[in-house]
Design a binder for this molecule. Sequence first.
Ligand code: SF4
Length: 493
Amino acid sequence: MFSPTHFRDLFQPSYCERRVWLATNKPELAIPDTDFIELIQEKGTALEKNRVEKIGPVETPEYPEFQFPTGFAQTCKMIELKVPIIYQGIFISKDQQLMSIPDLLIFNKKKKRYIVQEIKLATNLRAHPEIELGLGLTGILAKEVLGYKPILEVVTGDGNLISPYITPDVEFVKQGMKLINELKHLDKMPFEPSGWSKCNPCPFFSYCWDEDWKKHHVCTISGIEQGMSRALWEKGITTWAIMLKKGSAIADVKFQRGSQTQRIGSTRADKFLRQARCLSKIKHEIIASLTLPNGYSPGERPIVIFDVENNMPIFEELGLPVDVYLWGLLLVTAKTTKQELIIAPKGPNGDRKGWRMFLSTMAHIFEKYGDIPIVHFSAHEKTKVCAYITDFGDVHSTGQRVLDNLWDLYRAILNTVTLPVPSYSLKEIEKFVGFKRTQEEYGGTWSIVRYNEYLEAKTNKEADKILKEIKTYNGEDLLATYEVYKWMEEHCC
Ligand code: SF4
């Protein structure tokens, strides 16, 4: 039976028609990030529980596990009896092809009608077409089962109640379902170019990406968009080697970006050809000479390496008050290196306290070394410092001084050198420069999962063990960034 969750395969983590086919025909190829999915589910359940507790006593249809038609019959009886609040009732269409499990059916005594209320972890529903279409499907089924079009409401992750929630057009929802059903039953897997950012969070990443990477498909060249891959593919330019053979002629290839048609153009063509050359030869290429921060010469110190670990915004809405839980610093002087891994304390003011601890550490560093470069990888650290100044204020302009001294290593790499890497993420570049981590498991989502386990740890021993792992991960991020910085000093100046 088709249910709202089926829209997820098409849209999450990004729109991909191949994923619908793979999820149906080759589910064994998926390697989901189970821990992270469980964490999100846990947060979703907590939000739901919280809402249900607030709304008052509820009644839930009882039926044997997965016996949804029985649950549907039970729900219909409860509706007939005008049960005030039905939690997780079952809606099934007359043809038995569609099903939905709305979170709450709330009986409005005055209007003698039920209101359908859904609880969603997301805060911006417009950014989630799968939720919108799912709500549309629930709306269609609610009308059929109740015999009238009920008001549909949504409670979002931040506790906001959207009432009424205007569901997408019925035809639009039906088209979405039709597309998914067609994709599921295709004889062959549909063509879909991989893309590092698009595919990396997808459970089929290692299947799709590895296939394309092994075959040197153009979609694995960093910077090539999906539309460009398709356009190049249509012209027979499928691999790095063919692209290099075509040379600057690829500049004339036209591709679709949204509603616009564009030429690849000579600047992008040069960039892609350089990237393809580097990948083919497994060798870097210098684009321009690197200017180090503060007019430094290679090897000149001191510098600070800076990296933050933060929770997902949605967790804050669910009662976890800390966003940045670790402010990581590595101070490198001519003689020593010293790590300062500042963990924001648990509790309601943890965020503010962690920020103040970070500012205090930075104030000491500025006092001792003056305005020294603060090297970070990508815009993330700058965004967080700006947000914390806005939310919690600055102390003696130390936050502003941090901002004034930030130096983005990622930007410097893009402007200076082309590397034989599938992506310009730190994790890929560190491998290229030969940096090795000690922990087998690491990464942004891993760290978030572990941090939340740390918060919920039952004993101090368990909490300390988890904290040690998180600190090791961040400490190695700092060391990796430093190794990349040193590599740049050595090869690009
Ligand atoms: S890995 Fe990429 S191409 Fe493959 S199913 Fe996922 S998003 Fe689609």
